[in-house]
Design a protein around this ligand. Structure first.
Ligand code: PMP
Length: 353
C-alpha cells in the first residue's frame, strides 16, 4: 500500500459481472448475446493477418468510423470509436466536465460505472432517484443544477426505455447542458436518438458492439455527435492511448456492420424470446417490469435476489445480483436462447417449490 497514490488507495472500482470458467454455466449474467456474431466476422478474422498486424492500426479507426457513420446516417467526423463503450464513456467525463462547478447528473439506479468514472475523474455528481415504478424521473433531472446528464436508454438494470419523443423533449429543454445517451441496449428497443445528433449539438449518443452485435469479446463501442463533441473525445483519447481500436477489432466490427440482415434477425429473435421469458417469469410469481433491452429485472416476493442468485448458481445458471438497496430484491437475467431460458425456468420452478 505504501507505494500507492491516495487515489489508488481510496478509489472504489467498478465490479464487473462474474466471468467464471470453472464449470459449464448457462450464462445469463452479463447481457451477452446468446448467438454467435455474423459469419462475416469469422471471414474478417481470417483475413486480418501479416501486414495488418505488423503495423499500428489507424489512430482514428478510420475504416470503422466510416462504416459506423454510414450505419448512423452521419459523417465520419461525427463518430468516435473506442475500446468498448466503457472507454468512450470514461473519456466523456474529462471531455465534457470539470472538477469544479456544476457536474454530472444521473439516476440513482442506472449503469454503476457512471459513478465510478465521475469519482475517478474527480467530477461532482448528483444522483436523482428513479420513480416508484422504476422509470427515470426526467422532470426531476431537468430541475437538477448540473453541466450535463448520463442517461442509459434503455436503463440498466431495469431494462426500461424512454421513447424518442420524450428524450428529444429532454434534450431540447437541456439546451446548454450536454446529454449523453448511453444506448448500449438500444437495438432491442429501436428508438435511437442518433439521427437527432444532427439537430442537437448538446447530444452525444454512445453505442456498443458488445450486445446486439454479439461482440463483447472484441471490446468496441462508439459515440455519435456534433463534430465539436467528437473532437473533445479525440483530445482525451490522445492523452491516454493513440490506438484503442486495434486492427483485429476494426476489421471485425466493420464486417459485423456489413451484415445488417443477420444483425436484425438475431436481435428480433432475442426480443421475441424476451417476451416469452417475461411471461413465464410472471407466471412463476415474479415482478418483472416490461423490458426494452436484452435482459429482465425480476424479483419474487418473500425470496431475496441473493437467494435466487445463489440457488441458481449452485444449479449452474448465472444471473446478476447486487447487494444494494432496492436492487437486492431483484436479479437481472439476460435473455438467452430458448433452450437456455427453459433451463433457467425449470431451475426456478424447483427453487420456488
Ligand atoms: N452501458 C451500459 C448501460 C452497459 O450495461 C454496459 C455493459 N456493461 C456498457 C455501457 C459497456 O459496454 P461495453 O464496454 O462492453 O461496450
Amino acid at each position: 500500500m505504501q507505494f500507492l497514490s491516495r487515489k489508488a488507495r481510496t478509489v472504489l472500482p467498478y465490479t464487473a459481472g462474474e466471468q467464471l470458467r470453472d464449470r459449464q454455466y448457462v450464462k445469463l449474467n452479463t447481457n451477452e448475446n446468446p448467438y454467435p456474431p455474423s459469419p462475416r466476422v469469422t471471414e474478417a478474422l481470417a483475413r486480418v493477418a501479416g501486414d495488418d498486424l505488423r503495423r499500428y492500426p489507424r489512430p482514428d479507426a478510420g475504416l470503422l468510423r466510416a462504416a459506423v457513420a454510414e450505419r448512423e446516417g452521419v459523417s465520419p467526423e461525427n463518430v468516435f470509436c473506442g475500446n468498448g463503450s466503457d472507454e468512450v464513456l470514461a473519456l466523456s467525463f474529462p471531455a465534457f466536465f470539470d472538477g469544479d462547478g456544476a457536474g454530472a447528473c444521473f439516476a440513482d439506479i442506472t449503469y454503476s460505472f457512471y459513478e465510478v468514472f465521475a469519482s475517478f475523474f474527480g467530477i461532482p455528481h448528483t444522483v436523482v432517484p428513479l420513480r416508484g415504478d422504476f422509470t427515470l424521473d426526467l422532470a426531476a433531472m431537468q430541475q437538477t443544477p448540473c453541466r450535463g446528464y448520463y442517461i442509459a436508454n434503455p436503463n440498466a438494470p431495469t431494462g426500461i426505455g424512454v421513447h424518442r419523443d420524450a428524450m428529444e423533449a429532454f434534450v431540447a429543454a437541456a439546451k446548454d447542458k450536454i446529454v449523453i445517451a448511453d444506448e448500449a441496449y438500444m437495438d432491442f428497443f429501436g428508438e435511437s436518438l442518433a439521427p437527432l445528433t444532427k439537430r442537437y449539438p448538446n447530444l452525444l449518443v454512445v453505442k456498443t458492439f458488445s450486445k446486439s452485435y454479439s461482440l463483447a469479446g472484441i471490446r468496441c463501442g462508439y459515440a455519435v455527435g456534433d463534430a465539436a463533441l467528437i473532437e473533445g473525445l479525440f483530445r482525451m483519447k490522445d492523452c491516454f492511448n493513440s490506438y484503442p481500436v486495434d486492427a483485429v477489432c476494426e476489421a471485425v466490427c466493420t464486417a459485423a456492420l456489413s451484415d445488417e440482415g443477420y444483425h436484425q434477425r438475431t436481435t428480433a429473435r432475442i426480443v421475441q424470446e424476451r417476451e416469452r421469458l417475461r411471461g413465464a417469469l410472471l407466471a412463476l410469481g415474479f415482478t418483472v417490469p416490461k423490458s426494452d433491452a436484452n435482459f429482465l429485472f425480476a424479483g419474487r416476493a418473500a425470496r431475496s435476489g441473493k437467494e435466487i442468485y445463489t440457488r441458481l448458481k449452485q444449479e449452474g445458471v448465472l444471473v446478476r445480483f447486487w447487494d444494494k438497496p432496492v436492487l437486492r430484491d431483484f436479479c437481472r437475467i439476460t435473455v438467452g436462447t430458448p433452450e437456455e431460458n427453459d433451463v433457467l425456468l425449470q431451475k426456478l420452478e424447483n427453487i420456488l417449490k
